[in-house]
Each structure stands twice: as structure tokens, then as C-alpha cells.
Design a protein around this ligand. Sequence first.
Ligand code: DX5
Ligand code: ZN
Length: 219
Amino acid sequence: MIKISPSVLACDLSRLLEEVRSIESGGADMVHLDVMDGVFVTNISFGIPVIQSLRKNTDMFFDVHLMIAHPERYIERFILAGADMLTFHLEASDDPDATLSMIKSMGKKAGISIKPATPAESVFPLLDKCDMVLVMTVEPGYGGQKLIAETLQKVSDLRAEIQRRNLDVDIQVDGGITAENAPDAIAAGANILVAGSSVFKAENRKAAIDSLRGKSDFP
Ligand code: DX5
Ligand code: ZN
């Protein structure tokens, strides 16, 4: 089943809770929370206090995407703040294997992410330990960019390796995902689609989420 994880980076952050409720009632499977530190990426977004406050007001599944340097320093705090799944960048971590173990030992789902220039093969040795691989389809740091088509080849390569080893690992794509290119990402092997602009800039969130899933407005 295809899951949709709208990124609140593209929402009206002054109305964060209402925006999250709009995607919940629109049928989103989870909410994608982009944490940026101004070091690993040049942008700064939001962090632990925001996630903690939101956690008190919704039961939605929190898909937290850490774009921060040395993520191991903050794993415990993000989990205590309410993350259900924590994804960190391979490029940012001092010891990805240990970081995955840290997340799993706290009973949460663990994801590892790669930037467009990082080869798919670099996460092959970690596939046994993770629940999800996030293949960035744009350079991390900003919403509203255009999908880099070549990144979908990495999704195919990863899906083939996951199948070959008979593993149960989700593949998430993030960046520039629209109803037009979602079928290509799904065909390549992605099963969780992150979408910021294409959901939150749409008037009708349910229709936007449905069309990402491939459901048309008309039955
Ligand atoms: C980019 C973030 C994405 C971004 C997606 O660094 O990781 O989650 O918000 O936004 P869109 O869908 O607008 O590209
Ligand atoms: Zn993201």
C-alpha cells in the first residue's frame, strides 16, 4: 500500500495544528516533520519544542526527517518529544549503524536518508537494520524544488536489493513529488511519498492526497 506523508514545511506554520488536522481528515498516513539545523543544510526550520507541543494535540504518526549534523546527539530527545519514526542522513552521521540501533532500542522506527549524489549502494550494508530508506529526490534544505529524475534509478536499485535479500524495508521519496511524477516514483519501488507543496498549496487536501495515491476524483 502506498502511504502519503505530507511535509508541514509547506503549510501555514502559524496554524500548524489546524494544518495537521486538515491532512489527517484528508487521509494522510503520517505527518512529515523536517528538522533543519543550518549546518547540515543551509536552512533552519523547527525542532524539539514544536514537535513536543504538536504531540500533545494529535495522535498522528510522526515521521521526523532530521537534516542535522551528528544526529546521534539528539536521537533520545526527539523520541521523547514524540517521534514515531526517526530518519537521519547517512552523510551526517558519525556511526550510522549505532544510530540505527539507538533508535530501535527505544522502540521506534528507524530510517536512513541519502542525498541525490550519494549512491544507493552506500546503504546496502545497513538494510538489515533499518525500517526505511529515504531517497532524497531534491537537494535537502528547501521545499518547492523540482524532482531530480535521475534519483529514481536509485529507488529501483534499492528496491531490487531489498527484494533480492527478502527484507521488509520501506522506501520513501522526498522532494518535488507531485501527482504527475508520483506514478514514476511508485513504479521505481517507492511506497511512502512525502509531499509538501503539492498537498499544502492545494485548496482541497483530500483531493491532493488522493491524487498522489493515484486515486482520481471520480470513481
Ligand atoms: C526538503 C524536505 C522536504 C520538503 C518537501 O529538504 O526534506 O520534505 O519539505 O517539500 P516539497 O514537496 O515542496 O518538495
Ligand atoms: Zn523531508
